[in-house]
Design a protein around this ligand. Structure first.
Ligand code: MLT
Length: 259
């Protein structure tokens, strides 16, 4: 399905029936991240799965700040007639989820942060991202796909899974990838936001995640008043596709308790 939000054609899928859960993918991925979860919990929950602007099948915007993404998603919820939803995001999707909470706290019935972190980039890391954005515009998205693919997964992840996600990343439009890199470089620290969250919250992390490691998950968990922390064994940065059964179990267990 498609919706026009903030002048951009945004692609999204909706699956299932029940309480609404907005699922926000990471960088530079697509909503294919959530397909295994939709197969497993779509019987009990309505899952709204957008492609963020400039990624997947959504149109590229001039900018892609965390504010842009969060605002797109609030308008997408309007388009599908939802006032509130559980807000869930993986990695960059987590940065967007925290931004969404900052801007629209009343529209989040709960928060789920998967393989993400609350810290902003250190100045040199932010500069590296901006330089990478320039290179992506010259050389294409494959440089990001090739640099990231091994880091995304636990060491023993199937080769076919890595290849699938390398191809998805490589197919992302360079302008969308570059805009998201610049957006992430500019994102603020979110610990104050997490300390303000007065809703049930779940932090999930793969125990072999080297991009946003378990220590980052523990720091978020410690900042959340009503937070739970779940670790997925033998998963890297991509538990929804690396360990789909265990990930779906953890999600369902949390979501069922909100009912
Ligand atoms: C992601 O998976 O969304 C990114 O790796 C996050 C990041 O680069 O900070």
């Amino acid at each position: 399905m498609n919706a026009t939000v903030n002048g951009l054609n945004i692609h999204y899928d909706i699956r299932g029936d029940g309480p609404a859960v907005l699922l926000i993918h990471g960088f530079p991925l697509s909503n294919a991240l959530w397909a295994p979860l939709a197969d497993r919990i779509g019987d009990a929950y309505q899952l709204i799965m957008p492609d963020l602007r400039g990624l997947g099948r959504s149109e590229v915007g001039v900018t892609a700040s965390m504010e842009d993404f969060a605002d797109d998603l609030a308008k997408l919820l309007d388009c599908v007639g939802l006032d509130r939803a559980v807000i869930a995001g993986l990695s960059m999707g987590g940065y967007v989820a925290m931004e969404f909470y900052r801007r629209f706290p009343d529209r989040a019935s709960a928060l789920i942060l998967v393989d993400t972190r609350a810290e902003a980039d250190a100045p040199d890391a932010a500069e590296d991202r901006r330089r990478l954005a320039d290179r992506v515009m010259q050389e294409g998205s494959t440089i990001v796909a090739d640099a990231m693919v091994e880091k995304l997964f636990a060491p023993d992840a199937p080769k076919a899974l890595k290849q699938q996600w390398r191809d998805i990343m490589a197919a992302s439009p360079p302008a969308g990838v570059a805009a998201a890199l610049r957006g992430m470089a500019d994102r603020p620290d979110s610990f104050d936001t997490l300390r303000s969250v007065d809703k049930p919250s779940l932090v999930v992390v793969g125990d072999a995640d080297v991009i946003t490691p378990p220590s980052a998950a523990r720091a978020m968990h410690e900042s959340l008043e009503q937070g739970e922390l779940k670790t997925i064994a033998d998963a890297g940065h991509m538990p929804p596709v690396e360990k789909p059964d265990r990930f779906a179990f953890v999600m369902r267990e949390f979501l069922d308790r909100l009912k």
